[in-house]
Design a protein. Structure first.
Lengths: 496, 265
């Protein structure tokens, strides 16, 4: 605005004000920041186009392949990959309201999921002889869990951060203890009642029965879940883009400023809790009918961590990220059950890590050559001196595995040697960072070889379960280093 | 242009933190369309005064009245709804929201559509949403082209310091207040920006119709904008009146510069 007299007359303008160019320091800062924000190249073009698509189209991009999935796979695979992915996605979407939108660290979230499953089990299983239709049971379950959310939200609505986390974690654990013991409660007038089946849970939960149409098959359940996920995605996107969504984000950013800007912070926190709980309860009812049983162990911290892993992987607050995160977290451990899939990923990850980390190129080439030579040399020496170290079961077929058989030691009595190697490996990893750079460079090939030896002889072959979790963990750690905000998340700026 | 009706009225306001009395028996009247500056050395209780008016602190005793209605004991968001909005000395923008969203979020108290209606986007909800957008654009256009165009979709953290100060004012304006409390609007600005802020505060009164209470350290700004100046020291009002009268008041000089031995003897 020019100095043309809207301000008081007697105030003279500073010397540099009139007619000086508009571009000042703050314009420059803003334009530089703006450029840094903007994505460039192919990635930028794709992201911009993606942002321009209407919500319905974006949902379709995910829903269409998902809808075609049952046509190309077996019933068993559909159950293992499809159903669990969708259940996780729905759960994470609900948690995203509380954690991603409103920024409340809720560690009791899984209790609402359990509440939904148990409530549906009580309404539709032989436990109490109730067999409600799904169109009546689902609304009751959703309203019930929303009320539980309200109840837990009420005492915690003044809490933030760590305090809220501890409080909700307590509620989550209390829920597990409750369902484990609620099989011998004595009610006034009614007498003893078995509410939750104790540690045996409630079995034989009915399939969904909508107006007489029963969802028996996995395929039917899958499509029901798919529609539910798409619907919840759209509804949440609408909320996110409304005054309530903005108020949630404002409260996540700065509760005090939000309160001063006419946003009733406590009421909005409760609302986030209630919506998160309702979504979890809805998912719980679906999970109950899929699993046909409600068991206390299903609603423990393990699942909570899985759901948080999905959110962290996908990016807090990003709904598309959460769907992708659910696909990865639920299917990667399943895929890695077979060593055929796990082996390329493991060696690929190690190769990628040293490709990224080792510079300059000469050093990288030297270390790689050292690693390969070390393996062949060790194998040659061992086969000459101690044949017992190399005549174990061959690794498998295929060119890569055949090559590996001439490189990796496969001892006859694997477990004894591998156990020792494992302990040596842990010690080596502790000591390695303390060494000087020269020794680190010299010892890197043997160390990597030791890692692979333990992997081939102990983890991959003998402890398959650990293998896939270690790989998934490594994947998460690597991602957190490269993109702390998750795959689709936005990096939050705290202080500028 | 300055009306005679008192809009904001403080009577016998008192606030202590433990044994420290931060505001003591403070009376202050701000009339409609008036610009009143609060000055005083650091720790004089200026920001505490703002926190008391906006309900972030509760006074130990005394009354705060807006147009005759007592504000003491109301939640901060209720007070904002009734027409008192503020900016913060240490900028408290919603940094990870866009410029426009910052202003839109502040309209929460002015809008009605509930979460269930916006979830399914009823026609009423769409209409209100459009109105929110329009109003946000209107408030942002108040600052010339500083916060217009491509800036709407930029995140608040990417703004320059001066623009963040402007955005805070725009956000406060979006709550449709009658009284604007500006906490050091010119802090950290260069001379040209300070000059611009001075003009802006005048424009806020003329075009926006706000009554303004402002804390400011820059005496050029205070001189340029104030109808009246109130000086605080240790929570006590030590002077009140025109800028010239307050600036030359010996007690104000003493509060800022300390006592001169030669004169006191």
């Amino acid at each position: 605005m020019a100095a043309d007299g809207t301000g008081p007359e007697h105030l003279s303008a500073p010397a540099d004000a009139p007619d000086s160019p508009r571009i000042g320091v703050d314009e420059w800062v803003a334009s530089v920041e703006g450029k840094r924000e903007r994505y460039t190249g192919v990635r930028g073009a794709v992201l911009r186009e993606w942002d321009r698509l209407p919500m319905a189209v974006r949902v379709l991009v995910f829903a269409l392949p998902a809808a075609l999935f049952p046509l190309v796979t077996t019933e068993g695979n559909l159950f293992r990959y499809g159903l669990f992915t969708l259940v996780y996605a729905l759960l994470a979407l609900g948690l995203n309201i509380v954690v991603g939108f409103a920024g409340l660290l809720d560690l009791g979230y899984i209790a609402f999921f359990g509440c939904g499953a148990y409530m549906y089990a009580i309404l539709a299983s032989p436990q109490f002889g109730n067999h409600w239709q799904a169109e009546a049971a689902i609304p009751v379950v959703v309203v019930f869990t929303a009320l539980v959310g309200l109840l837990i939200g009420l005492p915690s609505r003044r809490l933030f951060g760590d305090y809220l986390a501890i409080m909700t974690l307590f509620f989550g654990q209390a829920f597990v203890v409750f369902v484990n013991n609620a099989n011998r409660i004595s009610f006034p007038f009614v007498g003893h009642a078995d509410l939750t089946g104790g540690s045996n849970g409630i079995a034989n939960i009915d399939s969904f029965n909508f107006f007489g149409y029963v969802f028996y098959s996995t395929k039917q359940q899958y499509y029901f879940l798919l529609v539910a996920v798409a619907l919840v995605l759209i509804l949440l996107a609408f909320i996110n883009d409304s005054r309530t969504g903005r108020a949630w984000r404002a409260l996540r950013e700065d509760p005090l400023a939000a309160e001063a800007m006419s946003i009733p912070v406590n009421r909005l926190k409760l609302l986030a809790f209630v919506f998160g709980a309702a979504t979890a309860g809805f998912t719980g009812a679906i999970y109950g009918t899929i699993a046909t049983a409600a068991l206390p162990g299903d609603y423990d911290v393990g699942l909570l961590i899985t759901i948080y892993a999905i959110m962290i992987l996908g990016g807090f607050g990003s709904m598309m990220g959460i769907v992708v995160g659910a696909v990865i977290v639920s299917s990667v451990p399943e895929l890695l059950r077979s060593s055929v899939n796990a082996r390329p990923l493991f060696y690929g990850a190690i190769l990628l890590a040293i490709l990224v980390k080792l510079r300059p190129w000469r050093r990288l080439a030297a270390e790689l050559a050292g690693l390969v030579a070390f393996g062949f040399a060790l194998h040659a020496i061992a086969s000459a001196a101690y044949p017992r170290l190399v005549d174990g079961n061959a690794i498998g077929s295929g060119a890569f595995a055949r090559g590996l058989n001439h490189w990796m030691l496969i001892p006859r009595d694997v477990v004894k040697i591998a156990d020792v190697a494992y302990i040596v490996l842990v010690a080596a990893i502790v000591i390695y960072p303390q060494l000087s750079r020269l020794w680190q460079a010299i010892l890197l090939p043997p160390l990597l070889y030791l890692v692979m030896f333990v992997w081939e002889n102990l983890l991959l072959v003998h402890i398959g379960g650990a293998t896939r979790l270690i790989l998934l963990g490594a994947l998460l750690v690597a991602l957190m280093n490269i993109r702390p905000q998750g795959l689709f998340g936005k990096a939050y700026v705290e202080i500028v | 242009m300055t009306g005679d009706t008192p809009l904001l009225e403080l009577r016998g306001l008192d606030k202590s933190f433990g044994g420290l009395r931060v505001i003591a028996e403070l009376d202050l009247v701000v009339r409609e369309h008036e610009i009143v500056s609060v000055i005083g050395p650091n720790g004089a209780g200026k920001t505490t005064l703002f926190n008391l008016i906006t309900g972030l602190y509760r006074p130990d005793s005394g009354e705060i009245r807006l147009d005759g209605r007592n504000l003491v004991g109301l939640a901060p968001h209720r007070i904002t709804d009734l027409g008192v909005a503020r900016t913060f000395q240490t900028l408290r923008l919603f940094l990870n929201m866009t410029v426009k969203e910052n202003v839109m979020a502040a309209q929460y108290g002015q809008t009605k559509v509930g979460v269930l209606r916006s979830m399914i986007r009823t026609p009423g909800a769409r209409k209100e949403e459009k109105q929110i957008h329009r109003l946000a654009e209107e408030k942002l256009s108040f600052f010339g082209d500083r916060l217009m165009g491509y800036r709407w979709d930029q995140f608040a953290y990417s703004l320059s310091y001066a623009n963040r100060r402007r955005l805070e004012i725009a956000r406060a304006m979006a709550t449709e207040p009658r009284v604007l409390l500006l906490d050091e609007p010119a802090a950290g600005m260069n001379p040209r920006e300070t000059h611009e802020i001075t003009e802006l505060i005048g424009k806020l009164r003329e075009d926006g119709g706000y009554t303004i209470l402002v804390i400011e350290h820059d005496m050029h700004v205070v001189e340029g904008i104030s109808d009246r100046v109130v000086a605080l020291d240790h929570g006590v009002k030590i002077a009140e009146g025109s800028f010239d009268a307050v600036a030359t008041d010996p007690r104000v000089v003493e509060a800022y510069l300390g006592l001169r031995r030669a004169e006191t003897k």
